[in-house]
Design a protein around this ligand. Structure first.
Ligand code: F0G
Length: 459
């Protein structure tokens, strides 16, 4: 008999979690105005709010922390981290930052100015925020296939290179760089193929432009290249990673994802002028160049995490779990962005809660229903997150309305996946009876989803 799949690790330390009663949850969700960001974490049973900083470190990472060198300047831990990054990516210049958005802030302060145009594939919220706050424009050039959740496509995160070419040819002097997000979080944790990265490079070279990878989930991207792209199956993750970064000029990194640390990030590049430019902002914003907002011990853990998570077994265990959850949803007929992405399942709420009008936020309604059902905290990636149009102040209903179930790395077991799927099925089975959603009672002008207050729409 063929042996079944099992995780490539065993568990050495556990953290208790506790289910709650429906009655308790009804009170708690009312108390937080139907916004799950406002829930204290102890009121959550299975937390799928994000895969960012929520992973479990390995014994090797924890033991590396004991070796942290906390010297203000020139800490040994910095060089260990830098050497690991250079070995994996080929980038010789490295600046630590406290997380991914800080890397964006520092690098973009040097590179982005008013009136610029920055093309890319579904810029992450903070990336877009750091572009728009500098009065520049982020142009989304993701392939159109990404917007049809039911369409199967192996690399739904890809850049539409014809559109990219057009955007640059129309703004030849305004494009400071192209940014490619790997994997493409907003489109559903969808990967970008090596071939597509090569095409992006060709377009960049045609116009003499540089390319940045937003690399939060670059290792998961390499896993998909290995398992889905022709000719890549027999290559190691580390070889593929190097091929990917050979096509870029620099990277911003949220180490909270694929380096499996709770906090941390960095900028890396092969260009001295970018390094010199970023240096000027790194020191006042983040700290001296060899710590940039990180403890020595955290840089040690980051270095080990990067090495571990660019090994096939670790990634295979992780993606296998996401795909296991997807297979259960398939069994129950629950629609999500297909195929399953690297770090999360994105349930297509507009196809589930068809009786809830878009003005009453179906994905947010589904998020609340799943919490009420089983204490599971997902996250709306939909009409609330989309904010209002900056000019008309109307809600933006143009994009997808999704419930993201982000799976933390090495944190939950497949039994938790079974609970998540069963809870969703229960909500799905009574979807016809859910006819009303929520209305906004209070909101911030920008990034409203973190603090928005909601109330049930009149019954
Ligand atoms: N880029 C991508 C693709 C991201 O997904 C994130 C964060 C960032 C940049 C910013 O990094 O949080 O370290 O400052 N994504 C988290 C999420 C918050 O839940 O998807 P950060």
């Amino acid at each position: 008999m063929e042996l079944p799949f099992a995780e490539s690790w065993r568990i050495k330390m556990v953290e208790p979690i506790r289910p709650s009663s429906r009655q308790e949850r009804e009170q708690w969700i009312r108390d937080c105005h139907y916004n799950v960001f406002q829930l204290p974490a102890w009121q959550v049973y299975i937390d799928l709010l994000t895969d960012s900083g929520t992973g479990a470190m390995s014994d090797r990472q924890w033991s590396a922390m004991m070796m942290g060198d906390e010297s203000y300047a020139g800490a040994r831990s910095f060089f260990k981290m830098k050497d690991t990054i250079t070995r994996l990516t080929g980038f010789g210049y490295v600046i630590p930052t406290h997380q991914g958005r800080a890397a964006e802030n520092v690098l973009f302060s040097a590179l982005v100015k008013e009136g610029d145009v920055v093309p890319g594939n579904s810029h992450f919220d903070t990336t877009k925020g750091h572009i728009e706050s500098r009065k520049a424009k982020a142009v989304d050039c993701t392939i159109a296939e990404s917007r049809d959740t039911q369409l199967e496509h192996p690399f739904k995160g890809n850049v539409d290179t014809e559109m990219l070419d057009r955007v640059i040819s129309e703004n030849p002097d305004k494009v400071p760089f192209i940014i490619v997000t790997i994997t493409n979080n907003t489109a559903g944790g969808q990967p970008v193929s090596l071939e597509n990265l090569r095409q992006v490079r060709r377009v960049a070279d045609k116009y003499g432009k540089r390319v940045i990878f937003d690399s939060a989930r670059f290792a998961e991207n390499a896993y998909f290249i290995k398992t889905r792209e022709e000719g890549q199956a027999n290559r190691s993750i580390k070889e593929i990673v190097r091929d990917m970064f050979d096509l870029a000029d620099g990277m911003t990194m949220s180490a909270k994802k694929d380096a499996i640390v709770n906090m941390g990030g960095f900028i890396a590049t092969r260009h001295e002028d970018w390094f010199e430019g970023a240096k000027r902002f790194a020191i006042p914003f983040e700290g001296y160049l060899t710590y940039g907002g990180m403890n020595g011990r955290d840089m040690e853990a980051l270095a080990v995490g990067l090495d571990e998570n660019t090994e096939f077994d670790n990634l295979h265990t992780r993606i296998h779990q996401v795909q296991f959850l997807a297979s259960l949803l398939d069994e129950y007929g629950i629609p999500y962005q297909r195929p399953a992405g690297g770090h999360a399942i994105f349930v297509d709420a507009s196809k589930v809660l068809t009786n809830v009008p878009k003005e009453e936020f179906p994905a947010q309604t589904l998020t609340v229903e799943l919490y009420l059902e089983a204490g599971i905290r997902g996250c709306e990636i939909g009409y609330i997150l989309a904010d209002r149009d900056p000019v008309t102040r109307e809600n933006r209903f143009g994009g997808l309305d999704l419930l993201r179930l982000a799976i933390p790395r090495r944190t939950y077991t497949d039994n938790h996946m079974r609970v998540i799927a069963a809870a969703l099925k229960n909500v799905y089975d009574r979807r016809e009876s859910i006819t009303r959603g929520y209305v906004i009672t209070e909101e911030a002008p920008l990034m409203r989803h973190f603090t928005v207050k909601l109330a049930p729409a009149e019954q």
